[in-house]
Design a protein around this ligand. Structure first.
Ligand SMILES: *Cc1c(COP(=O)(O)O)cnc(C)c1O
Length: 383
């Protein structure tokens, strides 16, 4: 049986099995920083020093690439380290397009760090392909997409935007953290680079930071060597233990994400009919402005993140968080536990996120309990 013919649930188990010859069924951790050299100067294992590579990282990178159907993969110490690496492949004078709604640190990174490297950028509404086209300049080298976007769940057309990027000789990179390859496969839609914060769904238990890049075949020829070099020389690599935790998380990724997605779909439908909720942002709702596009682009489900707007300012939103008993007030997402956060106060005053918006990350709890929690929280809420 070819591994590529297997379903995600089977693949997640098969790809992450233990490789060494000890007979251990559980995966082995290689905490070593360095590897033995033979008398002739060679390295029998192929490993030299853990910043260059390590058996746990090697397996993780292989698994991430395979799940995506990508040519190669690179693991990093965090999602931001992975994003920085993509930007470091560019040269001074290059121009980058970033979404108006996206993980907020991406905008901060291009403004506060890469501006000094003479990397210019424009912020665009990526749901408007015409606006993206007009924002492209001769020196545009990268389109950075995030779909669905954080925190307003705007959906942009990966296929159309990747084509547009290629017409102008630019790369198209997609932050696919919220969907993972289980729900959305940007490389199949034409993207060159797919980025993950593995901190979220791959890890799945809110106990390990990590990031990853996987590349299409064409991008591998163009970028793999550069990325490998930056990964090694900049050194933002994950520890063997973090890689081991990620591999362990991946074993249950399809199971968790499918349950979490079902929970999000049901909660989104419930909240969209509640009189005290002013707006629900979830691509699975027929009323979502890009619902049709999401149906094509995310055939296996719309993900486990949603955001809502309640009251007219932060006050009602904060009060609602305080009334919920099964949703922990914390930033981040993708773990087995449901979380809720007031996004604007995390992003800061400069953020365009509405002040009455709450972002919700659905966990794996039973949906009846989660909905009942919202019912009681909203019943007693004075807007
Ligand atoms: C969390 C997140 C990041 C950043 O990842 P870290 O692992 O926290 O560095 C980037 N993009 C998205 C969509 C995220 O949710």
């Amino acid at each position: 049986m070819k591994k590529t013919d297997l379903q995600n649930e089977t693949l997640a188990i098969q790809l992450t099995d233990n490789h060494d010859d000890s007979g251990s069924v559980a995966n082995v951790i290689y905490p070593t920083t360095t590897f033995k050299r033979e008398t002739d100067g060679s390295y029998a294992s192929g490993f030299v020093y853990t910043r260059h590579n390590n058996p746990n990282r090697d397996q993780l990178e292989h698994v991430l690439a395979q799940l995506e159907g990508a040519s190669c993969g690179f693991a990093f110490a965090s999602g931001m380290a992975a994003i920085s690496t993509v930007l470091q492949t560019l040269k001074p004078g290059d121009h980058v397009l970033v979404p108006d709604d996206a993980y907020y640190s991406v905008q901060l990174l291009v403004k506060e760090v890469f501006d000094r490297w003479q990397l210019s950028h424009s912020v665009v509404d990526m749901t408007d392909t015409g606006a993206v086209q007009s924002a492209i300049k001769p020196e545009t080298a990268l389109l950075w997409l995030e779909t669905p976007s954080n925190p307003q769940l705007k959906v942009s057309d990966i296929k159309a935007l990747a084509e547009l990027a290629h017409e102008h000789g630019a790369l198209c990179a997609v932050d696919n953290t919220w969907s993972t390859p289980i729900l959305q496969k940007p490389i199949d839609l034409g993207a060159d680079v797919v980025m993950y914060s593995t901190t979220k769904y791959f890890g799945g238990h809110s106990d390990s930071l990590g990031g990853a890049l996987v590349l299409s075949e064409a991008a591998t020829t163009q970028l793999a060597e550069k990325i490998k070099n930056i990964q090694n020389l900049s050194g933002a690599v994950p520890s063997p233990f973090d890689c081991w935790l990620m591999l362990r998380g991946i074993k249950t990724l399809p199971l968790r994400l499918n349950q979490q997605t079902r929970n999000a779909e049901q909660l989104a439908h419930f909240l969209s009919q509640h009189p005290k909720i002013r707006a629900v942002h979830y691509p699975g709702l027929p009323a979502h402005p890009q619902h049709r596009l999401a149906q094509q682009q995310m055939p296996n489900g719309y993900g486990a993140m949603l955001s809502i707007q309640v009251g007219s300012d932060a006050k009602a939103a904060m009060a609602l968080i305080g009334r919920l008993q099964l949703f922990t007030a914390a930033t981040s997402l993708g773990g087995v536990e449901s979380l809720i956060e007031h996004r604007k106060s995390v992003e800061g005053d400069s953020s365009p996120t509405p002040n009455n918006l709450l972002r919700v990350s659905l966990g794996i709890e039973h949906i009846d309990d989660l909905v009942a929690d919202w019912v009681q929280a909203l019943d007693g809420l004075h807007e």
